[in-house]
Each structure stands twice: as C-alpha cells, then as structure tokens.
Design a protein around this ligand. Structure first.
Ligand code: FE2
Ligand code: FE2
Length: 256
C-alpha cells in the first residue's frame, strides 16, 4: 500500500492540553497554552514540509529551487520572530506580573539550545544560490537543531500551564498584548501571512480548534487572491490550503 507522508512527520505535532490534568486550569491559562500549542504546530508543519520535500526538488528546475529557498527563508523568519517576541515581550511580561525573576529561565535555555542551529539554517538559505543548492546540507542543518526545537515547542505548553497559580487572567492579558504587538509590527506581510495561513489545519484533533485563529470569512480569499499572489510559486510547498485543509505535499516521496 502506498503511503504519502504529510507534514505531521518526522517532527511530531503537539497535542493541545486536555484530560484530567487540566481540570483545575482556568479558561485564561488554558486558552493561552492551547493557542501557543496551535501556533507551535504551524512551525512544525512548515518544518516538516521542508524536511519531506527538500530531497525531491530537482535541480533541473531552477524555479522550483528558487521558490523552495524562499519558502525556507520565510520559515526561518517566522520561527525567529516567534522566539524573539517571546524573549523581548512575553517572558518579561510574565516575570513582571508573577514577580518571579527568571521564571521563564528554562524556556530561555531551551531557546539557546536550538538558536545556533536555526541561525545556521538562516545563513544557508539566505546565502545559497540556486546553482549551489544542496538539500543534504540543509537537512543536515535541520538534523542538528530540529529535536531541540520540537522539545522546546512541546515543553513550553507545560510551562504555560504551570503559570496557573499566578492567575490565568494575567497570563491572558500578557498574551493579548503580545499578539497585538506582533500584528502592529508585522512587516513582510506578503510572505509571513501566506506562510502562516498555509500551515493551519482546521481539521486537527477532529476539528476542535477549527475557529482558530478567528478571522472573518473573507480573509482566506483575500490571502489567496492578494497576499499570496506575488510569491505564488512559493506556497506550493505549504502543507495546507488557505482554507485550513491539509493538502498533498507535491514534492514528497511516496513510500511503497
Ligand atoms: Fe512559543
Ligand atoms: Fe519559546
């Protein structure tokens, strides 16, 4: 039987908090931990899409390579932004309201564990030309930091749930401020928005999160016909459609 790998592998997606362990968790804490988890899964889906498709993009098609390199660049930009904003805005807000200096120290240390590898990834995809493109080299770099990244993306959800005793409403306030700041300061919308939307799977966990992120019905159309247009070849590599449905990865190798 043929099996077509999808973007939930090789780096496993993270289940959202559920079950008996969240019984005493307030709605604010649960919302933040769940939304962080869903955001982390966007990162993982795009990373998996890169990992699975990179080896099968032929050097005979410079257009494919060029588009894929840009896909990798946008991935790097999105992940770096996610962690930079946590360190510069979200974690300090948490320190402030909990009055616990260093409360996010474990997360900071985990960021450090994949930072150099992620930087190397960025240097490669921003520096390489179509002619010198080497998928093996790229995957070697991902192998160097992927596990540390996945571990952190998973652990951070538990860390957020552990903040419950300081007040879920305060955590949610810090989260809302972070989101507003990210939206205010967002540049490169023609890259970041299609990359993000192209990794949302609204069928995840039986469609329990199908309304996340919330936006008006016309947004996917706006993204499809406006935001995606300039770099439209790049979004072929995305794991989902702008309507939040998983799609076949066109350059994936089919296992027999
Ligand atoms: Fe995070
Ligand atoms: Fe983080």
């Amino acid at each position: 039987m043929t099996k077509r790998p999808w973007a939930d592998t090789p780096f496993p997606l993270i289940p959202t908090p559920s079950g008996p362990s969240i019984q005493n968790i307030s709605p604010g804490t649960l919302k933040v931990a769940t939304e962080m988890c869903l955001a982390h899964n966007l990162i993982l889906r795009n990373l998996n899409a890169i990992y699975l498709q990179a080896p099968n993009i032929s050097k005979d098609s410079p257009t494919d390579i060029r588009d894929f390199i840009l896909f990798c660049q946008v991935f790097h930009e999105s992940v770096s932004h996610h962690h930079d904003y946590e360190e510069s805005t979200f974690f300090p807000s948490i320190e402030e309201y909990t009055k616990e200096k260093g409360i996010m120290e474990t997360s900071m240390r985990q960021h450090e564990a994949f930072h150099a590898g992620l930087e190397e990834f960025g240097e490669y995809v921003y520096g390489v030309g179509v002619e010198e493109w080497d998928a093996k080299r790229l995957l070697g770099i991902v192998d160097g930091f992927g596990e540390a990244l996945q571990l952190h993306l998973r652990d951070e959800i538990e860390t957020l749930l552990g903040l419950e005793k300081y007040g879920g409403d305060k955590l949610q306030k810090a989260w809302d401020e972070l989101e507003a700041k990210i939206q205010r300061e967002m540049t490169d919308k023609l890259k970041v928005i299609p990359a993000g939307l192209g990794a949302i799977d609204r069928t995840f966990e039986g469609g329990r999160h199908k309304h996340w992120p919330p936006f008006p019905w016309f947004v996917p159309y706006l993204v499809k016909y406006f935001f995606m247009w300039k770099y439209r070849g790049v979004w072929r590599f995305s794991p989902c459609t702008v309507f939040g449905e998983p799609k076949e990865l066109p350059f994936v190798k089919v296992e027999q």
